[in-house]
Ligand binder design. Sequence first.
Ligand SMILES: [Zn+2]
Length: 339
Amino acid sequence: MKALALVAICAAGCGHALVCPAAGGPAWRQLTASRVVLKTNLSEWTAKEALDELETAATHIAGLILLPIPVAERPEVVLFEDLDDYRELGAPTWSGGHFTMDPRDPETPPTVVLFARVGWVASLPGVLQSWQHEYTHFLLSRLLQRTPTWLGEGLAQLLESARIDLEQGALVIGGSESGVPLEQWPPIKDLIVADQRTFYAEANRDRYYSAAWGLVYLLQFHHPDAFRRLLEALHASASTDEAWRATGLEPDALEREIHSEFSRDLPRAQRLSSAGPVHKPPDSMRLLGDDEVHLLWARLRPWEDPSAREKARADLEEAARVAPDSEELRRLRQQLGPR
Ligand SMILES: [Zn+2]
């Protein structure tokens, strides 16, 4: 998950969220490219532009992960034009995007949910940052048998910072600052064993995110061979202990290295060669029917919340009016169960 750095300009009461096309809301489109399937209520022109950017960013991220195994599968990206609509689907208020793999339904594609605008402020750089973060989580979920929390969040934060410098034809990475001063970072030996509960606990979250970013930065740029061995071991189902042993690195030595690297407050951008942006038309593009839009919303709502569950049921009723025999409708009804 990607923490949101923006203050919500438009809080509750800013209009009706989630109006479907049949009720006069914006059209939804599905655009497909080689690394991404985009579903969005952005205008056609903006949607095509967004698809180009998502595809280019995904190509770079895939090339930056030090495990050269291609991932053919495409995640679905649901890009809402407005923050309000994104929030209506139950995203945590501090998140700027999230990645879900639906444990209820293995047939549902892994999905990254993002928004393009806060109030009247368009935020394509923000979208790309969140996308790169979530796409990293997606790739790791496909490449590794298990992903320790520090590794997933550390690498996602590092790679979210990648930017193309068009003038110099370079990919610039690692320029982002860590949010929390070094003195507050947890020791590496605590960080690498922290489970999700510990890592995301409110009292720890910022410190652990920062330390994870620092540790992954060090591994990616100062110990790439050791880092590759760690990723290869996790790809091959090693335990996290075995994967650490494969690096040949000592946590105590890394701790000292972290202190000497990050006690200096330097801009630490790395410049890598870049193939530049990918510009090509979508492989396919079509409008989504009103039923498909409601099925999408129903699937994204947080069902653990009873009121969201009711809204999901209402979505399914709307979808049934258009396409009562759809296979996805049948599946979602079955999973949602009776009232
Ligand atoms: Zn994350």
